[in-house]
Design a binder for this molecule. Sequence first.
Ligand code: SAM
Ligand code: SF4
Length: 345
Amino acid sequence: MSTSNGLVPRTPLIDPFQRSIDYLRVSVTDRCNLRCVYCMPEQGIPSVPHQEILTLEEIARVIRVAAGMGLRRVRLTGGEPLVRKGVVNLVRWISQTPGIEDISLTTNSILLPSYAHELAAAGLKRVNVSLDTLRPQRFRQITRHGDLSAVMAGIAAARDAGLSPTKLNVVVMREVNDDEIAEIARTTLEEDWQVRFIELMPFMDEQETCIRDTSRALGFIPSQEVKRQIEEALGSLEVAESTAGGGPAKYYRLPGARGLIGFISPLSEGQFCATCNRMRLTADGKIRPCLLTDQEVNLKETLRRGGSDDDLRQRVLEALHSKPDAHHLGDGNRPRRRKMAQIGG
Ligand code: SAM
Ligand code: SF4
């Protein structure tokens, strides 16, 4: 697919609703070293056997083929991507893939102190870190055993390694962390973080999402309410733009702040899906055109029966053409076959 000057032609992947799809989120494992209440049941999820997980070489091949079709940006996710052996090599291969302009990682950050410098040297540009609270005891409750100081050490390691900007993902849950919204937003005054408040998505059954000792189910809060709380406590937000990665967050800034505040509103924002630019590759080799819709295309089957690059291209196009216009959660659609940890967010 390369031209004579070695550049990959920009032929955008356009879906049936005229959206340009240039972004792939790749789950490299369904395993995780935490058990966040909104993402995994306490007992975990039966892991897919190792032989059913795509090898790193298979993932790299899929990305090379998709890059030849118009893919420009890749994010590695999980489960927890840093528990997958060899992930640094994968980052290096992807960053050397003609056509790929941006590679990033979503992580709980626990293992970043060990990997941040190697990842940056391999070509990783930046990380998104999940951080739903600034209180150690609450962090242990939400993640079911995580150590907040390890996450903060990971964020510092990312900064030292030049992975920038740091984006923090905060899933907002009523009566769990909603009393901390302003406190978390306030960190952007001093830190150049992009703090993104994310609406809770319905991946779990109510009884699976209880915070231990309270039997409290997690409650949804729309972004508009989160924004109102921030403005009541800290003053008006100015509209801003992120410099990195694009994506669905709407960004704002507190006057004079170093960092940004973003809102990701898949449930409350009517136009959320209209600008969707992504598909997902699950650890067990399925392309998932929409995070919140269960339909998938089996790429692993094509890879493992010795399919050619052309065969892979056909499967990618099949996924592209089956991408729904919207998630239709309001009409009763719900993702049922996978938990979030099996897709990667
Ligand atoms: N383990 C990594 C991490 O936690 O960052 C990557 C995988 S995790 C599934 C990716 C993102 O999905 C995290 O930022 C997490 O907060 C978010 N997430 C998981 N379950 C969610 C849910 N039910 N609603 C909204 N966001 C969710
Ligand atoms: Fe693991 Fe990330 Fe899910 Fe938490 S959100 S359980 S860290 S995959």
